[in-house]
Write a protein that binds this ligand. Structure first.
Ligand code: HEM
Length: 501
């Protein structure tokens, strides 16, 4: 019989080798994660983000590169900040990344994720998306609402003419908000949702209240349990539920008025269309679209459309006031094309090439959704050699892409001419300019939004010359951004209109 005598150092050697292998694995897995600033236990990188999150992330990307990883509470976040990495996410890996995270706030707001914007990828989303693209926001549907846009813009021009007659300043931030909300209210709710009820009677007020509350405990998305407890203790949860119930009652009452409503095809508003589809689904024995879904979709349209379109117009006019050369040039183009017709209509807008460049330049510097909407990874993939794992939340920093000196010469300057002769548009195929996002989740309302805002800007610039209120110069225009999911201008834009004969 042989006896093995084990030397005393052998187990130690074995242990060391195991440790070395483990360390190598940890180092390798770290290498495969995108880089990012080191965070603190529990909160991760939360403390390194300022109120203007897209700007903090831009600074980080300058240090760590176009793909960065952060930890916010329990959530892993990856942010991409170059046109090429945006292409990787929105095109090459669109299918792996086209879900949405279940955000607490949007979940409550949208009746438990039943709407299009915040629905995770799946059969329900595909069906609602199909309805949105082919029924709600198709070219022919957008065209059918042309008379609403032209009527509402004419009303706006009339009210500004009154201010111009008395030389009074106009709060354009407010006026343009009401213009977009009036248009969307009529498009979505037809004549069954009275203007007064919408504005003064509470719908808009309840939406504002809901958004404020959501904003004040957004952190609960990153610390789910703690956030909820805080919301309960502070009474925010109760307030939120009350607001959401009020919104639900408004929508229910509006929809109830459609009972027995028969309109010709082509004259339908969005509720008509949705109720027709609900009926078809019932007849086919599938209950994909129910009343609750309809309410969620309407809410989504109302909220998604108003802020974003108004923001674009406010930033565009602010940039024009700061850049008199561009203002003069765009007004000359419009007045030249329209002559003395008295107003711009939608057919004319197509001829206004420089105005389109002004809008693109506005979206480059002031994209209304600077980080797009969050995407959630469904299956593992790689970007720039880094591994991105399921459940990671992804943001595309389009605000940073719009300022990338590798793409744009003099990126901080407002120079619409940079788009002259350039194929770059905003339809999600050019990753340098992505105001509406891209891929499967691209904004379905881009056509509707663009038509309204170009028509409005064209009329305001055709009919009026614009002056700054007394004693202010163009350097005094405050271009600061307000914190929030959408990129509002911090202060209202107030100008004096002078009627142009
Ligand atoms: C200037 C105006 C607008 C801008 C800049 C804008 C921007 C966006 C962006 C960035 C997204 C997310 C895209 C992504 O994740 O890749 C989005 C989604 C969405 N937008 Fe818009 N939007 C505007 C107007 C509108 C209008 C007028 C409507 C409806 C009438 C609308 C309805 C929606 C909906 C329903 C979604 C969710 C799509 C989905 O997740 O499947 N938006 N929008």
């Amino acid at each position: 019989m042989f006896l093995f005598i084990i030397p005393a150092w052998l187990p130690l050697l074995l242990l060391l080798s195991v440790l070395l292998v483990m360390m190598k694995k940890v180092i390798e897995s770290k290498k495969q994660h995108p880089p990012g600033p080191p965070g603190l236990p529990l909160i991760g990188n939360m403390h390194q983000l300022d109120a203007l999150v897209h700007q903090s992330l831009w600074q980080m990307s300058k240090k760590y590169g176009p793909v960065i990883r952060l930890k916010l509470g329990s959530v892993s976040l990856v942010v991409v900040s170059s046109a090429e990495t945006a292409r990787q996410i929105l095109k090459v890996h669109d299918i792996e990344t086209c879900s949405r995270p279940k955000l607490l706030a949007t979940g409550i707001f949208s009746y438990n994720y039943l709407d299009i914007g915040f629905t995770p990828f799946g059969e329900y989303w595909k069906e609602v998306r199909r309805i949105s693209v082919h029924e709600l926001f198709s070219n022919s549907r957008v065209q059918s609402f042309r008379y609403i846009r032209e009527e509402e813009v004419a009303l706006l021009v009339r009210s500004i003419s009154e201010s111009s007659a008395s030389n009074s300043p106009v709060d354009l931030t407010e006026k343009l908000f009401f213009l977009t909300s009036d248009v969307i209210r009529r498009v979505a709710f037809g004549g069954n949702f009275e203007k007064n009820k919408c504005e003064k009677g509470g719908f808009q007020r309840e939406i504002n209240e809901t958004m404020t509350i959501i904003g004040s405990f957004a952190a609960s998305d990153f610390f789910p349990y703690v956030g909820w407890i805080v919301a309960r203790l502070t009474g925010l949860k109760g307030r939120l539920q009350k607001s959401v119930q009020a919104l639900d009652a408004f929508l229910q009452e509006t929809i109830d008025k459609y009972e027995g409503h028969n309109v010709e095809e082509g004259n339908e508003d969005l509720i008509d269309v949705l109720l027709k589809i609900e009926k078809q689904h019932k007849e086919q024995g599938s209950a994909t679209l129910t009343r609750t879904h309809i309410k969620a979709i309407l809410m989504d349209v109302y909220v998604g459309a108003i802020g974003t379109s108004q923001i674009t117009m406010v930033w565009a006019l602010s940039e024009l006031m700061r850049n008199p050369r561009v203002l003069k040039k765009v007004q000359a183009e419009i007045r030249d094309v329209i002559g003395n017709k008295g107003k711009v209509n939608e057919d004319d807008v197509e001829k206004l090439e420089y105005l389109t460049m002004v809008v693109k330049e506005t979206w480059r510097l002031h994209p209304p959704a600077p980080l797009l909407a969050p995407r959630e990874v469904m299956s593992q993939f790689e970007v720039n050699g880094y591994k991105i794992y399921p459940k990671t939340r992804i943001h595309v920093n389009v605000w940073a892409i719009g300022r990338d000196p590798k793409i744009w010469k003099e990126p901080e300057e407002f120079l619409p001419e940079r788009f002259a002769g350039s194929p770059i548009d905003f339809k999600g195929q050019h990753f340098e300019l992505l105001p509406f996002g891209g891929g499967r989740r691209i904004c379905p309302g881009s056509n509707m939004a663009n038509t309204l805002l170009q028509l409005t800007l064209a009329n305001l610039l055709y009919r009026f010359d614009w002056m700054l209120p007394e004693r202010l110069s163009k350097e005094d225009i405050n271009m600061d951004e307000a914190p929030g999911i959408t990129l509002q201008k911090k202060t209202h834009l107030v100008l004096v209109p002078v009627a142009h004969v």
